[in-house]
Every structure is written in structure tokens, then in C-alpha cells.
Design a protein around this ligand. Structure first.
Ligand code: SAH
Length: 456
């Protein structure tokens, strides 16, 4: 017999919001049945309309706020509701930070079984706007004109955009300039459906400390008409431009970059600093998009690593070696491992650029390279991990348990997998001493954490 749900599609009712999901939706309960209400906040009384019901939970649309949360904020971005890039601009920044800490607390308890851990308040930004150092916007056409902006939520329709409030102003300016120049020279915007047109994406990158700017034009083929005039005009109109490159992506794909990159003008790289360490950034290099908070995160990781200069350290999932080089300032030797060969090439270049001789980088799966190092006799005093969202591979955690470093520093972009992995490390003899959430992406629901574990 089909179980009767307390609500059905199109029902209109009034509810009180009890919680916020990690995706930023309000949670209401109707006779024990969970309804997710996007854009509603905890503590609010709201009128809703049910739009979908599944067996265990349903979704509703916010019709009217009857009693607003004291933490509700007016989103300053005019395209907030269309874009979907930010999820919680309607929540005051202070409340965002508290909500991120709660999100971490909940999963540490629920998934990790960790009730006693010291969990610090989220470290946020003094000015949580205009923080991104990289813009990558899709280009299309509307009414015969080149447009560039964002994909409308859950679609591939491009909405033209002049500015994004979490983007550095200069990056917005670059996109506007390139749009104007493209229109002036009759460059066609890309048509995804027909796989026609020239300009697919514009990418703008800025070194926040050095002020160096890179402009990347991603095109469907080699051809770019009026190349010389376009380059001259970008150089004339974009202050501090150090590099203009063309990346060619011939495929029918959502992936932004193709395999071939041509320097059109200037250098192949721009540079930036995080703390005292200098990084070379190419068109396709991974580099943290919020360098200010990245420094906060890495300083915390370094503090938790508690190095004296005598330690051997392993940095697993090291990317372009950002954390490795931070650690190398204070360690005897650092081993970094990362699966993407280009990232390791960048890591080696960055080590050289800064004159580090106490680091070794290896390409491979961390869960395979760590046991290999162990077999070679490498014994780390401190292991730092910074895995992707899916967390650490179990084999890697087991290698840590065999190697028995006195300390593990876990940098995580997903509290749920952090909690799962902490539980495994705790069962193997480690104790989680403290967890520090850091807000790398204000107005989104993402939260980064650094955890300090000691061998007991
Ligand atoms: N620590 C770096 C990057 C962290 S992002 C920084 O702070 O910038 C996670 C990294 O793990 C990515 O660079 C990804 O390519 C890499 N990665 C994913 N799976 C991996 C695996 N199995 N072994 C090693 N590296 C992996």
C-alpha cells in the first residue's frame, strides 16, 4: 500500500524553518516529513508551495516570508537569483561563518562520532567581496552581438553579465573590454549547439600581490581574425597586462581548456605570492582563487604542523606544491605527491623559483606513492593531506597508520569526508585535537577545514 505523505505537490502551507542544508536550502518539517525550501533561513516563518515530493523528503518554493530571520541580508548582487554561483548572499556574512562552523560540527558528530573535538569559529574575511583572482566566463551571441557572462541556473543559456561582486574588479573590466573588442572586430561568439563561432571562453587571471594580469582567449580553432589589432587593443586597454594567450579547444565539450596554448603577446606566465612564496601561473595552472584566505588556511596548516626544521614531512595531494613550499620553509625535507603531471611540473618550477632544495615531488596516486616511499625507508614526522572532495583513499590512511608520523594535518574541502577519515585515523591511534574552519568562498556554502591530529 502506498504510504500517505503529509503533503502533496502544489499544496500551499506555512512552515517554520529549522535548519540550513550544506547546499544552503532551508529545512522544514511537516509531521516529521522533511521539506527543502531554497532561500529560506532558519528561524523564519514562511509560506511555501510544494513543488516535488519524494518518499523521504520533498522540495518547496518560497512564496512569502512572514517572519524574517534577523540574519537575513539583502543580496547586493542584482543577478543573485538567476546565477546560482553564490548560494547564501541572503544570509548576513557573520551568520554565514556561524552556519559553516555548525555544518562542520554536525558532520564531525554524525559521521565522525567526534563530540569532544575543539572546533574553532570560522576564520572569515574582513571584506568578503571581490575576492576571486580568476574569472572564466563562457562567451556566446545574442541578437548578433557577442555576450559573456554565466550559464543560467540548470541550463546552458548564457546570460550577459557586466560584473560579478565576488570577482576582482579588474577581471570584470577585462571581460568587458574583450567583449567590446570582439564585437568591434566581428569575432563570433561560440554556439555550443551548432559547434560554430570562434570565441568560447574568456579567462582573466590576476596576481593580487604582483598586480600582473593574464588574458586567455579560448577559441574553437586556430583561427582568430584581426589578431594583431585585437592584441594591440587589449594591451592598450588592460592595465598591467603581462600575458595574452590563446588556448584552442576544438572539442564539443563543457571542459573549458583544450590541449594547445599559444602565447600571443608577452609572457607565458604571470606571478603571484602567497606569504613569502612566489608562484608562476600559466593559463591552465591550478592556483587557489582566493589567495588571501589561502594564506590564512596554509598558515594554520603550518602552525598545526609545528615544525622545528628537523622534520621530514609528506604533503599528499600537493597540487602545484603550495602547501609543500610553505612547509619547506620550516622543515628538513618535504615530499610532495600529486596525480596531475602538469601540476607537479609547476610544483618543481615553483620550488626552483624560490630556491628550495629540500623538496621532492612525485607524480602518481598518493595511495600508491606513499606505500612506495614507506617501502624505500621514508619515515615522515608529519603528514599533511589535502585531498579532493571525495577524501583520502583508505590505502593512504592505512599507510599513515603504519608509518606512524607523530602528527597529521588534514586540510579538507569537504567536512563530510573529513569526518569519515578522522574516524578511521582515530580508530588507528590518532586523536583529533582541534579543527579550524576557514572561509575560502564567502557567499557560497563551501567550507574548508584544517584538523590537527596527534599520535597518542
Ligand atoms: N594542496 C594543493 C591542492 C589540493 S586539491 C593546494 O592547496 O593547492 C587536491 C589535489 O589532489 C588536486 O590537485 C588533485 O589533482 C589531486 N589528486 C586527486 N586524486 C589524487 C590521488 N589519488 N593522488 C594524488 N593526488 C590526487
Amino acid at each position: 500500500m502506498k504510504q500517505q505523505l503529509p503533503v502533496k505537490k502544489n499544496d500551499q502551507l506555512q512552515v517554520t524553518i529549522e535548519d540550513l542544508t550544506h547546499e544552503g536550502a532551508g529545512v522544514a518539517k511537516v509531521d516529521g516529513y522533511t521539506l527543502f525550501v531554497p532561500k529560506a533561513l532558519p528561524g523564519e516563518t514562511v509560506d511555501i508551495k510544494v513543488v516535488k515530493t519524494n518518499k523521504g523528503y520533498g522540495f518547496a518554493r518560497l512564496l512569502e516570508i512572514k517572519e524574517a530571520s534577523e540574519h537575513r541580508a539583502e543580496p547586493p548582487c542584482p543577478i543573485y537569483h538567476q546565477c546560482g554561483g553564490c548560494q547564501i548572499q541572503h544570509l548576513s556574512y557573520e551568520a554565514q561563518l556561524i552556519s559553516k562552523q555548525k555544518q562542520v560540527k554536525d558532520v564531525l558528530e554524525r559521521i565522525g562520532g567526534l563530540k569532544e573535538v575543539t572546533l574553532h569559529p570560522t576564520l572569515g574575511m574582513e571584506n568578503p567581496w571581490r575576492y576571486r583572482n580568476k574569472a572564466q566566463v563562457p562567451v556566446g551571441e545574442e541578437g548578433g552581438l557577442v555576450i559573456a557572462g554565466f550559464y543560467q541556473e540548470r541550463s546552458h543559456r548564457i546570460i550577459d553579465m557586466d560584473e560579478c561582486l565576488i570577482q576582482h574588479e579588474e577581471n570584470d573590466q577585462i571581460i568587458r573590454v574583450v567583449k567590446k573588442i570582439a564585437n568591434k572586430h566581428g569575432i563570433r561568439g561560440y554556439d555550443e549547439e551548432k559547434h560554430r563561432g570562434t570565441l568560447r571562453h574568456v579567462v582573466a587571471r590576476k596576481g593580487k600581490v604582483t598586480n600582473e594580469v593574464m588574458v586567455v582567449l579560448v577559441t574553437r580553432g586556430q583561427e582568430l581574425s584581426n589578431k594583431k589589432a585585437i592584441i594591440d587593443e587589449i594591451v592598450a586597454e588592460v592595465p598591467n597586462v603581462k600575458s595574452i594567450v590563446q588556448n584552442i579547444n576544438t572539442k564539443r565539450t563543457n571542459v573549458i581548456f583544450g590541449d594547445e596554448t599559444i602565447v600571443l603577446w608577452g609572457d607565458e606566465y604571470i606571478h603571484d605570492y602567497i606569504g613569502d612564496i612566489k608562484f608562476a601561473i600559466s593559463a591552465r595552472s591550478f592556483y587557489q582563487v582566493n589567495p588571501e584566505q589561502t594564506k590564512v588556511l596554509y598558515d594554520q596548516a603550518l602552525k598545526y604542523a609545528d615544525l622545528t626544521g628537523e622534520e621530514t614531512v609528506i604533503d599528499a595531494y600537493c597540487g602545484i606544491g603550495t602547501i609543500s613550499l610553505f612547509l619547506a620553509q620550516r622543515a628538513k625535507h618535504v615530499y610532495g605527491v600529486e596525480i596531475v603531471p602538469d601540476a607537479i611540473a609547476d610544483a618543481k618550477r615553483n620550488a626552483e623559483l624560490n630556491g628550495f632544495t629540500n623538496v621532492d615531488f612525485a607524480v602518481g596516486e598518493a595511495e600508491k606513492v606513499m606505500p612506495w616511499w614507506y617501502a624505500q625507508g621514508v619515515r615522515a614526522d608529519v603528514v599533511v593531506v589535502d585531498p579532493p572532495r571525495k577524501g583520502c583513499d583508505e590505502e593512504l590512511l592505512e599507510t599513515i597508520l603504519s608509518m606512524k608520523p607523530k602528527r597529521v594535518v588534514y586540510v579538507s574541502c569537504n567536512p563530510a569526508t573529513l569526518a569519515r577519515d578522522l574516524k578511521i585515523l582515530e580508530a588507528g591511534g590518532y586523536e583529533t585535537k582541534e579543527v579550524q574552519p576557514v572561509d575560502m568562498f564567502p557567499h557560497s556554502t563551501h567550507v574548508e577545514c584544517v584538523a590537527r591530529l596527534e599520535l597518542v
